[in-house]
Design a protein around this ligand. Structure first.
Ligand SMILES: *Cc1c(COP(=O)(O)O)cnc(C)c1O
Length: 460
């Protein structure tokens, strides 16, 4: 095969973006605001600042500035791990025998092993600047907890991480990395909080969920001095920080003269997907480009494809503000799967609105299918992908194989969010043919939907 482009579409440090990209500023119809569950009125800046850092609250509520400058101190850290490489998957293309061009943005090139560091470092910076000393958070698969541990260690802050119990058990070494960076890691549900004790009383055998760990982290943040809760996904400000992924991708594609046709990434809380597509959305919204944009979710936790568009709590303990989003219900208990980062009942409000308005499509894939794709990718591209990221690989391969049928030379770009070194138990299960797929029944979903609050806004 003739190679017109280099394998790595490199950027120099001076080409790095200096601002994040705010999709809320360019959306013609804004998403509905977060509501205070007690008053059912939009949350004010003051209310949100009780739980979150003030600067992050400002970013969360910013519906007007398209570009928000990245502080120099954050830029200094970014420069150590960024730009993340954009790689042409020549070898995978060859294995597939497709005329399509496949590109991936690789976000796993740092110790945390995922894109989550992009927001962790920004959040720890703003917290430090505000004079806070301690942060609390939750982690599913462990990538967010690891990223925040690194960020807190860098800025000299204390951190308590509530780690979803099944992940803590599946991935003891994740916990070891977090502890290396001095984080206090507690498997959730735990007996250290009211929320945890309540869930344990109701479901003694639960393997935990992100929603439940969030409740515990918020409760702890509220009970400590100089302590706030930070979140690794779902909120608009996290999507904002992750726009660094899409901005770099866009700059590199333009530099090398590549016009993308298909953009793909996996959707958990929506942060990498939102950040990845952010700078491409403007043309899509204005109708000047017709990118095919695909969000990929696990069949076992199908918030977009089978969820309801409604106001719901972000956590099982119903402690967060209400967010309008595609949701399976805050009480939906996803089965234990190997893609911990995607086991969340809802997703970001802006993305939910964009999906509702038809700006992108969503597909679900089965766990065994994604590991099949992961192994194919690992063999040809030399990177062991995270199970979450393998959702995107699976769909990118499917799109490339469609091109094989039609002869189209589409340019497919996906986000490879992280590496799978801590997911080897999952790879082992796959290799031993012990991995199972699970599709929630209508009954499972009905149970989750029953936990969506019955408020007037949801009855319209
Ligand atoms: C957390 C995580 C995801 C999903 O989270 P989003 O907020 O939806 O991006 C995807 N991939 C990896 C590797 C992750 O760690």
């Amino acid at each position: 095969m003739e190679r017109k482009l280099p394998t790595r579409l490199l950027l120099e440090e001076k080409e790095l973006p200096r601002s994040w990209y705010n999709i809320n500023a360019i959306m013609k119809d804004k998403h509905e605001p977060m509501l205070n569950p007690k008053t059912l009125k939009p949350c004010t800046e003051e209310e949100l600042s009780e739980v979150f850092c003030s600067e992050l609250v400002k970013q969360e509520l910013n519906m007007t500035d398209e570009y928000i400058p990245i502080p120099d101190e954050v830029m200094d850290f970014y420069k150590m791990v960024r730009p993340a490489p954009l790689i042409r998957a020549y070898c995978l293309e060859k294995v597939l025998g497709t005329p399509a061009e496949i590109y991936y943005k690789f976000e796993g090139n740092n110790t945390s092993g995922s894109h989550k560091l992009n927001s962790a470092i920004a959040q720890a910076y703003y917290a430090k600047k505000q004079g806070l000393t301690t942060l609390t958070t939750e982690t599913g698969a462990g990538q967010w907890g690891t990223a925040l541990s690194m960020a807190c260690a860098y800025y000299g802050m204390d951190l308590t991480v509530y780690m979803v119990k099944c992940s803590a058990e599946q991935k003891p070494f994740r916990r070891a990395v977090m502890r290396t960076y001095d984080a206090n890691v507690i498997p959730s549900p735990s007996t250290t909080t009211e929320a945890g004790r309540k869930i344990l009383a109701e479901y003694p055998d639960t393997v935990g969920s992100l929603g439940c760990a969030i409740s515990e982290a918020i409760e702890t943040a509220k009970s400590k001095e100089n302590c706030k809760y930070v979140l690794g996904s779902v909120l608009d400000y996290v999507v904002l920080h992750q726009s660094i992924i899409g901005l770099e991708t866009k700059i590199a594609l333009e530099k090398y003269g590549v016009e993308p046709d298909v953009l793909i990434s996996c959707v958990g809380g929506g942060s990498n997907f939102g950040g990845f597509i952010a700078p491409f959305l403007k043309d899509k919204i204005n109708g000047t480009k017709n990118y095919k944009i695909i969000g990929v979710e696990p069949e076992s936790c199908p918030s977009l494809t089978r969820g309801r568009y409604a106001y719901d709590y972000g956590d099982t303990g119903k402690t967060t503000p209400l967010m309008k989003m595609y949701t399976l219900g805050n009480g939906f208990m996803p089965v234990s799967s190997h893609s911990g980062g995607l086991r969340y009942h809802g997703l970001n409000s802006a993305l939910s609105k964009l999906y509702h308005d038809g700006y992108f499509e969503a597909v679900t894939v089965k766990q065994t299918e994604i590991f099949d794709a992961a192994v194919k990718f690992a063999k040809s591209e030399g990177i062991l992908p995270a199970p979450e990221s393998s959702h995107s690989i699976k769909v990118a391969i499917d799109e490339a194989l469609k091109c094989k049928q039609t002869g189209e030379k589409k340019k497919i770009v996906f986000c490879l969010t992280g590496t799978g070194y801590f997911d080897l138990k999952a790879y082992t299960a796959f290799k031993d043919n012990e991995m199972q797929d699970y599709t929630p029944t209508e009954e499972d979903l009905a149970k989750g939907f029953a936990t969506i609050p019955d408020i007037p806004q949801n009855r319209k």
